[in-house]
Design a protein around this ligand. Sequence first.
Ligand code: FES
Length: 76
Amino acid sequence: MYVCSCFGITEEEVRARAAAGAGTPRSIASACKAGTDCGSCVRRIQALLGRGAAPRRHAAGCRAVAGSAAPLDEAA
Ligand code: FES
């Protein structure tokens, strides 16, 4: 499955880069450019690296996420 559609980077490639020592989104970007164009994949890359940015915010009840999700939920 693609993580970064801008550069055609898959989850497997991100995991392989992480196993080779790229432990941050910045180092993944340096290795394969993922996350350096539109940036929409950076949170997914963080999650794959075990940095858990999105889930942690959810668990903490981040108001920004909850506030922005409400209109989308209503529209769906
Ligand atoms: S989807 Fe990764 S930079 Fe756009």
